[in-house]
Design a binder for this molecule. Sequence first.
Ligand code: APR
Ligand code: PHB
Length: 393
Amino acid sequence: MRTQVVIIGAGPAGLLLSRLLWREGIDHVVLERRSRAYVESRIRAGVLEPGTVDLLMAAGVADRMHREALTHDGFHLVFDGRYAHIDLKELAGSPVTVYGQTEITQDLIAACLGTDTKLVFEAEGVTPCDFAGANPRVTYAKGGQTHEILCDFIAGCDGFHGVCRASVPPGAMTLYERVLPFGWLGMLTETPPVEDELIYVRHERGFALCSMRSKTRSRYYLQVPDSDSAEAWSDERFWEELRRRIPGSAADRLITGPALEKSIAPLRSFVAEPMRFGRLFLAGDAAHIVPPTGAKGLNLAAADAGAMAQGLAAYYGSSDGAPLETYSETRLRHVWRAERFSWWFTSMTHRFEGDAFARRLQQAEFDAVASSRAFRTALAENYIGVFRNGSPS
Ligand code: APR
Ligand code: PHB
């Protein structure tokens, strides 16, 4: 079998790329290791930058999002009980859209299945081959049969633990990484959110985040040591700890209920450079990870898919290889900007055991944000990924 592009991984990066390529008439196959049910039920992020909304519209998968998503003009930052409101719309010119990655994934899969796109779930042993040269191949097995696909390009959209980055010769990419000694314990509940907007909380006992998926579904997070396990947290223990960390007025309003899902995500910063080797291009978590505080992971993955689709459209549509040539360089500028912001926002809001200097720095950061419109503007612009006075890179 032969195609133009093989996409490995059907997370948001791979699925969005598939939809964008389909719109350009670029022939491709998507290979996913997991089942459709597994991919569609993964609970992940939920805040979309305006640029991500634009890409979902360009991909033709925005109808349900437009009907069901919430629009948030701002969010709250709470530091040891003191509130600062970040008015995204007023400071940076645009709100954010709150719509779960789970819903986006379902919308993208439904759109793929409504066309002739070849989307293979439960593909085993997916292996990218010969991508250093002009004739890449991908092999995989399904239902006991082995398959080989010849292609022009391979899109590595297979997440942090995927096979694509791992197949690049050692030394060909530089890996930058920082792992934080704590994680986020997340809980999804069928309860109304405690507040209309998100609340990011810095507290002596650790960070907390009050987020949501809809007017009736909440998503809460607690900073926990990386040695912790979700099983150690009963629903009651979670609610009790959340109540202790959020401001009293919010705690009084908090409506509790049983967990639909509870899991711990590690906090990590990671970048692989360059994001390309030969005819293998990486996108999303395969190339970079940010700590979730800045809500950037999904947005970066979507922007990678958009840039890769643009590069491939120029290559096939007008024999212009330049955008593909500069894909890695262009994306890395954006990626490092998001890494910087995510790192800063995480450092400012999380508890770093036994570090009194860090604690005072956090206070100084919060004072700067609370008292300076310029600081709040920078925070708002980074959060929505739109820079009215020129992008910093
Ligand atoms: N073969 C085929 N598919 C694979 C393989 C493999 N060897 N390894 C991993 N995959 C699949 C995974 O099962 C998953 O469905 O690749 C997909 C990668 O999806 P994600 O991990 O969601 O990564 P990405 O599409 O880059 O989206 C990034 O997801 O983790 C969040 O915060 C992150 O929101 C960001 C977004
Ligand atoms: C979420 O709702 O899952 C969420 C929201 C904001 C973040 C991170 C995660 O910064």
